[in-house]
Design a protein around this ligand. Structure first.
Ligand code: 8NA
Ligand code: MG
Ligand code: MG
Ligand code: MG
Length: 367
């Protein structure tokens, strides 16, 4: 059985990546690792001064929550009409959460037709080619969790159904499948595992290996970069090279492999956390239960996750989405202990996401 802590770690780290990354999304200039880290540190201290959360979540979390809710309602299955309704409700509850340009039209059309054809509006986008944005991949983590838990569901076919409600282009489908694939709760995935998953996703979606636009080629680059940049390499130089080669765009192909790189980089046993983070002291406590009494191992896991999210955001571009996807992978591997209490206090709705993760876990093991 996958421990509930892995479900919670996955979804809470995805939330944290979205919240932390949103303040840098599409900044005109890429920020250094140091600049990003200093902002994160300030975010984690800020909760003590203001009554509302300093960090609000965006479309990435709104839609991930909606996927979870639909899965819970449908006892772990993907039901396209339920999912379409859940995603649409999330959108209309707050349309100002930084949605991609095409999303609003799809949700309006779905609602106007009373969800009669859950795939119709998305299929018509971009003159029938469908969106290849990363909006399907960014909400795929719950599908990966429940798929890894219950051998019965959701299979790759169901990931396609879940994605096609908004994204029907093969590049978006393969990206979502990859993000929902090897939910790394055993902390054992290597670049080779992910490359094999990428090949399977390419084949299933009709993308061809060897072409520039395939996940197999992108994963080959990920592997190359992991070899090229040892754990001790200059972090800003590494970020510049990775951002240039793998991309930081809103398209799935130019962001999903980037997020996987960020996660694998952090999870490799030889990885050394940046000194700024390994020397970090969590905020001084007014509430003694917070961030104190951590074991050395817990503290190291928290530092690892923070290191991953800082690096992901320092790549620039679509920072919230890349950090959220990287967070989902690392959070599933490390579990909920990797989330510092001060970070959870800074993120909007962390309690709600936490209890949703627990409900999803219950559903995953009750069928
Ligand atoms: P989407 O479906 O609108 O796709 C993102 C963008 O990719 C589109 O707006 C197009 O510019 C382009 N695109 C996608 N498919 C095609 C195609 N077939 N032909 C030509 N161009 C295409 O959005 P999404 O739901 O995939 O969301 C992705 C991102 O949007 C996430 O990062 C999310 O946080 C959000 N976001 C987007 C912007 C933005 O400027 N687009 C800004 C902030 C946030
Ligand atoms: Mg977003
Ligand atoms: Mg979207
Ligand atoms: Mg984004």
């Amino acid at each position: 059985m996958i421990p509930c802590a892995k479900f919670r770690g996955c979804l809470l780290a995805a939330l944290a990546g979205d919240c932390l990354g949103a303040q840098f999304e599409f900044s005109p200039r890429r920020s250094s690792f140091r600049t990003v880290w200093l902002a994160f540190d300030a975010n984690m201290r800020e909760r003590r001064r203001c009554r509302r959360w300093p960090l609000v979540y965006t479309d990435d979390t709104a839609l991930t929550r909606a996927v979870c809710e639909s899965l819970v309602d449908c006892r772990g299955r993907v039901e396209p009409a339920s999912l379409a309704r859940s995603l649409t409700d999330a959108y209309f509850k707050a349309t100002d959460r930084g949605y991609g340009a095409a999303a609003g039209g799809v949700f309006k059309d779905l609602r106007d037709a009373n969800f009669a054809d859950p795939f119709g509006p998305a299929a018509a986008l971009f003159e029938g080619r469908g969106s290849y944005g990363n909006g399907g991949a960014m909400r795929a983590a719950p599908l990966g969790l429940i798929g890894a838990a219950a051998a019965a569901a959701p299979n790759a076919e169901e990931v396609h159904l879940a994605t096609r409600v908004t994204h029907s282009n093969a590049l978006a489908l393969a990206g979502a499948r990859l993000m929902a694939g090897p939910c790394d709760w055993r902390c054992a995935s290597t670049a080779s595992t992910w490359t094999a998953e990428a090949a399977a996703a390419d084949t299933a979606c009709g993308l061809h290996e060897g072409e520039a636009s395939s996940y197999t080629s992108a994963m080959r680059q990920v592997k190359e970069f992991l070899g090229k940049h040892p754990a001790s390499s200059a972090v800003d130089e590494e970020a510049r090279a990775v951002a240039g080669a793998l991309g930081t765009e809103v398209t799935a192909l130019r962001s999903v492999p980037t997020a996987i790189y960020c996660a694998l980089r952090t999870l490799r046993p030889s990885h050394r956390v940046h000194p700024l983070i390994s020397e970090w002291q969590p905020p001084g406590n007014q509430n003694p239960s917070i961030d104190e009494a951590l074991s050395i191992e817990q503290r190291q896991q928290q530092q690892r996750l923070l290191d991953c999210l800082t690096f992901a955001v320092s790549l620039g571009g679509d920072t919230d989405t890349i950090a959220s996807m990287a967070g989902a992978i690392v959070g599933a591997a490390l579990g909920a202990d990797a989330l510092p209490a001060s970070l959870m206090l800074a993120c909007e709705a962390s309690d709600a996401v936490d209890s949703l993760a627990t409900r999803l876990h219950r559903v995953a093991y009750s069928s």
